[in-house]
Design a protein around this ligand. Structure first.
Ligand code: BDR
Ligand code: CA
Length: 312
């Protein structure tokens, strides 16, 4: 049976690859894509989502614009990583597709109320603002959500935006805290996992060599995206964060996991957005998340390459 998902996202090159992986996978039905401000402002993340649906040859996918700013804080963006457009790299045409009129938060609420309980997964690739707003406006949807699978946070790997915090959680820590507190089955894919999924030259060249349009477009996205992290970490390639969320839905056996208590720091200026994970169970706080600590990176890139080969 196919997995029915809403992708909540702030594209972003790695978000774009995650969307392509989902749209290329017959086991997944994308009910809609909801956009949020994050890597770049909302107008750009929304436009980028439309562009990527067109790369996939899927103008039928519904894209809904969501929150333009975090719940309580000014927006922090990451043009230094993703470029001015958020999708720098390939030259993609202006989208012909348009956004749906319905706001993203309404779409999330109405979908969860109309679909059978426990059948819809939220795959979140950006700050959790939209999901937190939906839960605040309609708490009745919480028990209807099958699961939230989120890219965010870090344990032993620390942060990538501050020493303590990963970008998605740093941008809207109050939203992350609210979603974690809602009692929904929650899987977190932190930097500890995604920093193992490196876009090495060989892996990018395998994508570039695909005999379709998508493979070379993805290679160009990754050429741009990896330059910042390669320099920062001194690695061959950069971490391909967000597609790990979709890979988890497709092939959980690629990941190693642990049931862990995760709390979000929202007060301290020094550690704002830190995911405090009780990895060694040194408190009596109950586990509230499945945390992916490792990934079979070769298996992940084999899956990604095989799936992207199916697109136009
Ligand atoms: C996360 O932040 C964004 O820059 C990426 O798209 C990813 O979702 C990694 O920290
Ligand atoms: Ca993202």
């Amino acid at each position: 049976m196919s997995q029915r998902i809403i992708i909540d996202t702030d594209p972003g090159q790695d978000d774009a690859v995650a969307i392509l992986l989902a749209l290329a996978s017959p086991e997944i039905e994308v009910l809609g894509i909801t956009t949020v401000a994050g890597n770049v402002p909302l107008a750009l993340t929304s436009r980028n989502a439309l562009k990527i649906c067109e790369v996939a040859g899927r103008p039928d996918v519904k894209v809904f614009a969501g929150a333009a700013r975090p719940l309580q804080r000014p927006l922090v963006t990451a043009e230094h990583v993703h470029g001015r457009t958020g999708l720098d790299g390939p030259s993609l045409p202006d989208p012909v597709m348009t956004l749906q009129a319905q706001p993203a938060v309404d779409f999330i609420i109405t979908t969860l109320r109309s679909e059978a309980p426990g059948t819809v997964t939220l795959a979140t690739l950006g700050p959790l603002t939209n999901v937190a707003l939906a839960l605040a406006q309609a708490p009745d949807i919480a028990p209807r959500i099958k699961q939230v699978v989120a890219m965010g946070g870090g344990c032993f790997e620390g942060g990538n935006t501050t020493p303590a915090a990963e970008f998605n959680i740093y941008v809207d820590p109050e939203a992350a805290r609210a979603v974690l507190a809602a009692g929904i089955p929650f899987t977190l894919i932190p930097l500890d996992c995604t920093h193992q999924a490196l876009t090495s030259r060989a892996r990018v060249e395998a994508l570039r060599a695909l005999p379709n349009r998508t493979g070379p477009v993805v290679a160009q996205l990754l050429d741009f995206f990896e330059r910042y992290d390669e320099e920062k970490y001194g690695t061959d390639g950069g971490p391909l964060h967000d597609p790990c969320v979709i890979a988890w839905l497709l092939r959980p056996a690629l990941f190693s996991t642990r049931e862990v208590n995760v709390e979000i720091e929202c007060s301290s200026p020094l550690t704002r957005g830190m995911t405090v994970m009780d990895w060694w169970r040194v408190t009596d706080r109950k586990p509230n998340a499945t945390v992916c600590g490792g990934i079979d990176a070769d298996g992940f890139f084999t899956l990604l390459t095989e799936r992207l080969a199916r697109l136009p």
